[in-house]
Design a protein around this ligand. Structure first.
Ligand SMILES: [Zn+2]
Ligand SMILES: [Zn+2]
Length: 182
């Protein structure tokens, strides 16, 4: 490995994103990924005019309560991305929001939302899906739907989704199609 200029941020999402942009995208635009826990599954008219697009999907993730250390898994963790390419400045921006869940064991002590944890494989799979969208919607590349999302990904068995514990359900945007584009 000779890539001495690739600085690691310690965040698996941002590090994996930077690596995949390097490896998968044949353009000189500089892309960045940031988190924002306030974005939703809709774009205002202004945002759309500015070129923002949305991709969202439900994925498998695990949780560990920071208070009582109760652990659980969920196959229905909503992740939303807003993304756009600004051709003038040759910069691409991605904003992501993973939706949190309330610990079932602590919920009587007030709602305490925990951030989901994803395996590195899962992070890469999700970001590769996002890159396909970026290639298609920002660069006009043909998008070959090779069925990654349905056939190749594992089917995880978890307990039934409890809407009362899910931040996306609280916001009324959870129970939609598993894969959505705008
Ligand atoms: Zn707890
Ligand atoms: Zn939900």
């Amino acid at each position: 490995m000779s890539s001495g200029d690739r600085s690691s941020t310690g965040n698996v999402w941002i590090d994996t994103f930077n690596e995949l942009i390097d490896e998968e995208l044949d353009y000189t635009d500089r892309w960045s990924l940031n988190f924002n826990y306030k974005i939703t599954d809709t774009l205002s008219r202004e945002k759309k005019k500015e070129g923002w697009k949305i991709s969202s999907r439900h994925v498998y993730a695990s949780f560990c309560c920071s208070k009582c250390h109760h652990q659980w898994n969920s196959a229905r963790v909503l992740v939303i991305f807003h993304y756009r390419l600004r051709e003038k400045t040759e910069r691409g921006h991605v904003i992501m929001r993973p939706f949190r869940q309330v610990c079932d064991a602590c919920k009587s002590n007030g709602e305490h939302y925990e951030i989901p944890r994803f395996s590195e494989d899962k992070v890469e799979e999700i970001l590769l899906g996002l890159l396909s969208k970026i290639k298609k919607n920002c660069y006009g590349e043909d998008y070959l739907d090779d069925g990654i999302d349905s056939s190749r990904s594992k089917v995880y068995r978890t307990k039934p989704h409890k809407s009362s514990l899910c931040e996306a359900c609280r916001d009324g945007i959870c129970c939609q199609d598993d894969y959505k584009d705008d």
